[in-house]
Write a new protein. Structure first.
Length: 134
C-alpha cells in the first residue's frame, strides 16, 4: 500500500532536514538529497547558502531535533509545522568560529508540493519561538 499522504509529507519534510544538515559539513550545494527533497525557492535558497559556504571555505557543524506535524494538506500543497531545535557553529578553514547560531527552538513552517510523485519542500519559514521538541 502507498503511504498515507500525511505520512509521505512528514517523511519528505524530515528527509529534507536530514539532507540540509548532511550538506553542511563539508558544504555541498549539489548534495543529492537537496534536489531529492526540495524544489523551487527552497532548493535555490539551500544551494545558495551552501555555495556561499564553499566560496568562503566555511563548514557548519551541529545538531538538531524536530517534532513535525501536518497542519494542512490538499492534493496540491501541504503545510508542516515543526518545533525545531538546533545548535550550529560555522567554522573557517582554520577551524575558528566565524558564526555561532544561538541555540534555541524555532517554529518552522514548511510548505510542500508534489513533484514527480514525491512531496518536496518548496518554502521554509522559521521564527525563533519557544516550543517543546518531542
Amino acid at each position: 500500500l502507498p503511504p498515507l499522504p500525511e505520512a509521505a509529507v512528514l517523511d519528505a519534510h524530515t528527509a529534507y532536514l536530514t539532507a540540509f544538515h548532511d550538506s553542511m559539513d563539508p558544504p555541498n550545494p549539489q548534495h543529492p538529497g537537496l534536489a531529492a527533497w526540495a524544489t523551487g525557492p527552497q532548493l535555490e535558497t539551500a544551494r545558495t547558502l551552501r555555495t556561499t559556504q564553499v566560496e568562503r571555505n566555511w563548514q557548519a557543524q551541529g545538531t538538531y531535533a524536530s517534532s513535525p506535524s501536518v497542519s494542512a494538506i490538499s492534493e496540491t500543497e501541504a503545510t508542516v509545522l515543526d518545533c525545531y531545535e538546533e545548535d550550529i557553529t560555522v567554522l573557517d578553514a582554520r577551524g575558528l568560529v566565524v558564526q555561532r547560531v544561538e541555540p534555541g527552538t524555532y517554529i518552522l513552517e514548511s510548505v510542500l508540493v508534489p513533484e514527480d510523485g514525491v512531496w518536496k519542500v518548496s518554502l521554509f519559514l522559521s521564527e525563533k519561538t519557544p516550543c517543546t521538541v518531542g
